[in-house]
Structure formats: structure tokens, C-alpha cells
Design a protein. Structure first.
Length: 361
């Protein structure tokens, strides 16, 4: 296998509105108006001269104009404050809180994902399950099967392949930094498909299969059956189609099988890969979609993320926790980071449960 630039790095992976009283402002306005009217009446009584009366009348009009302008200003300010107060009152009963996971117990890790399976790979014990037999779209988890079929064919990983227009996603219209014309080795495309979940890379692996793309997809389904994945179906090599379906229980079988391939272990747990694009001449860096591979306290053997709207956010992993090899399947997680949080909760739950059993024994 070829690596041009290969580096791993460690990632140590929210109103208060005040409003002055409008009533007080309205009272001040009335006081000003009454005072102005009283002064005008007194001035008219004291002055009997027609000219003076006229002069006083003009002064009174000017005073009334100023009072009117002041009144309008106060009224506008009062309306603004009333509006602010109305907004505050409308919001005062609204409470915002974070979605919290269920409490962790000895029997439940408190995960939020809709479909879950935690398997002790060593003895086959199902440590925890939730909707484990529900058939659901699996998104880019598909790429693990794509990788196994590619590797089973024993095709040269150093053979140069080129991204073509046929690899551009027209189903979901997802973007890719692998522009049409980008040439990489089969090994590099496999790495990017597994590590960075690059759809064009996964598409190219199937498109360039010697016997053709249709045969590649057929072999994906044959491989699934050979692993005991009787309800799983594959229709493309990327996982962009929601027709690629499986269950948490059957995906655990796929993860176990994928763990036996050294290349899949290496590629899915790599944190970063860079290469010089033959199209732009620029250095291009790609990163792992699972931040947990950078955490030094995780011992991960296989990792793959997935997402399309129909599947939600998914994560499958093989990891060693407390010396025990474990397969973790998390499907249809709400929120961008829920699947990562669920994986952390599962690990803590296993560690706590193991400690409790040890003390009890």
C-alpha cells in the first residue's frame, strides 16, 4: 500500500429585557401640557393690548408646538418600551434546556442513539442492545463492505485511478474536494473512503472494478450473506442511497469481519492524510470523521461514521475496553455529537460495570 504523506495527531476532542414604565412617561406628558395651557390663560388675562394679545397668542402656539413634539417623542419612546416589555413577557415562561441522556445504570449505558448493539467480541455476549433487529439505512457505514470487497479482489493498491464525472454525486448532491481528474492510487482512494468518508473515492473503487460496477455491488451483497447478514442490502458503494440497509445486530458481524483486515484497521484509525493534487498542485489534507481516533485513551481497531438524512448520524467501532475487545454499533443518533457522546458513555459504562463485577466477585 502507498502513503504519500501520512500523519496522525492527537486531539484533546447561553436574556433579560428591562423596560421603563410607560405610565410614568405618559403622566409627565400630561403635566407638561397642563402647565403650558395654564401659563397661556394667565398671560391672556393680564395683557389687554391687542398687539400684546396677538404676540402672546403666537408665543402660546410656539410653546404648544414644542410640547406637541415632546409629547410625540415621549409617546414613541413609550411605545418602544411597551413593545420590549411585551416581548419579555412573551418569553418569560420559555425555558431552554439541553437534551440529556438517560441515566446510566448497571444495565443501561444511557445512550441516545435509536439503534444500539454492544458486543463482547471475545465471548459473543450481547452486553447491551436497543432496537438491534430494526432494519434501517446505514449511510457511509457501507464503505466497510466496499473496502472488504476491494481487498478480497486482491487488486494492486498501487494502481493509479482517476476520479471521473461518473463519481460525482447526483443523488444527494454532496460536495467533494476530489475534483474530476484527480489521480490517486487505489490504496489512497481506499484510505480516503474509510478515513474521511470520501464518496467519490468509494464510487471510483467500484467503478474501476475489473468486472464492472454492477458485479462489485453484487459481490457486496454476496459478502453480506456469507457473514450472516441475511437482511442487509447494498445498492451502491458509497452509502448515499437510503436503500443500503442493515440492522445493529448484522452490522456487528460486518465490523468483526472488517477488523480482520490490517488495511481496514490502519486506514479507519488514521487521523490525517495529505497529498499534492495533480489538478491544482496544492497540498490537500483530509481528516478522520471520528475524532475519537485521536484520543490516546481509546484503543480503536476499526472505526466508521455515516450520515444521510434518512439514516441519521451513525458510528460503528471495534475497540478494546478494559482489556476486552468490544464492538459498538450506534445508529440514528440525533445531533452532531450524540454518537460520539454515546460511544464515550458506552466505554464509561463498561469500565464501571467491570469494576462493579470485580468488587462483587
Amino acid at each position: 500500500m502507498l502513503y504519500r504523506i501520512f500523519s496522525c495527531c492527537t486531539l484533546v476532542a447561553a436574556l433579560g429585557l428591562t423596560a421603563p414604565a410607560f405610565a410614568a412617561a405618559h403622566t409627565d406628558h400630561k403635566t407638561v401640557t397642563k402647565t403650558s395651557a395654564k401659563k397661556s390663560a394667565t398671560q391672556t388675562t393680564k395683557n389687554t393690548s391687542k398687539a400684546k394679545t396677538t404676540k402672546t397668542s403666537k408665543a402660546s402656539k410656539k410653546s404648544n408646538t414644542k410640547t406637541s413634539n415632546k409629547s410625540e417623542s415621549v409617546a414613541k419612546q413609550g411605545n418602544k418600551h411597551v413593545t420590549s416589555r411585551a416581548i419579555a413577557n412573551a418569553r418569560k415562561d420559555v425555558s431552554i434546556s439541553r437534551a440529556l441522556a438517560l441515566s446510566t445504570t448497571l444495565d443501561n449505558p444511557g445512550v441516545q442513539s435509536a439503534g444500539v448493539l454492544v458486543l463482547n467480541e471475545q465471548n459473543g455476549e450481547i452486553m447491551y442492545e436497543k432496537n438491534a433487529d430494526s432494519l434501517t439505512p446505514i449511510a457511509s457505514i457501507t464503505k466497510l463492505m466496499t473496502a472488504m470487497v476491494t481487498l478480497d479482489a486482491q487488486l494492486p493498491l498501487n494502481e493509479l485511478l482517476t476520479i471521473s464525472q461518473a463519481d460525482v454525486d447526483t443523488l444527494k448532491n454532496t460536495s467533494s474536494r476530489l475534483t474530476v481528474g484527480t489521480t490517486l492510487t487505489r490504496g489512497e482512494l481506499l484510505l480516503l473512503a474509510l478515513m474521511a468518508s470520501e464518496n467519490r473515492a468509494a464510487s471510483a473503487l467500484a467503478r474501476t472494478f475489473p468486472a464492472g460496477q454492477a458485479v462489485f455491488i453484487r459481490k457486496m451483497n454476496e459478502k453480506a450473506l456469507s457473514l450472516g447478514m441475511k437482511n442487509s442490502r447494498f445498492y451502491d458503494s458509497t452509502g448515499l442511497t437510503p436503500n443500503n440497509v442493515s440492522t445493529p445486530r448484522e452490522l456487528a458481524l460486518m465490523v468483526k469481519a472488517a477488523h480482520r483486515y490490517p488495511e481496514i484497521h490502519d486506514f479507519t484509525t488514521s487521523s490525517e492524510y495529505s497529498f499534492i493534487s495533480n489538478q491544482s498542485g496544492r497540498n490537500m489534507a483530509f481528516h478522520n470523521t471520528n475524532p475519537l481516533v485521536k484520543e490516546v485513551d481509546w484503543n480503536i481497531g476499526v472505526s466508521k461514521t455515516g450520515f444521510i438524512n434518512e439514516a441519521g448520524r451513525c458510528l460503528v467501532m471495534q475497540a478494546t475496553i478494559n482489556g476486552t475487545p468490544v464492538v459498538i454499533v450506534l445508529l440514528d443518533s440525533n445531533g452532531k455529537y450524540t454518537r460520539i457522546g454515546d460511544a464515550q458513555r458506552v466505554r464509561k459504562w463498561i469500565e464501571t460495570t467491570s469494576l462493579s463485577k470485580s468488587r462483587a466477585g
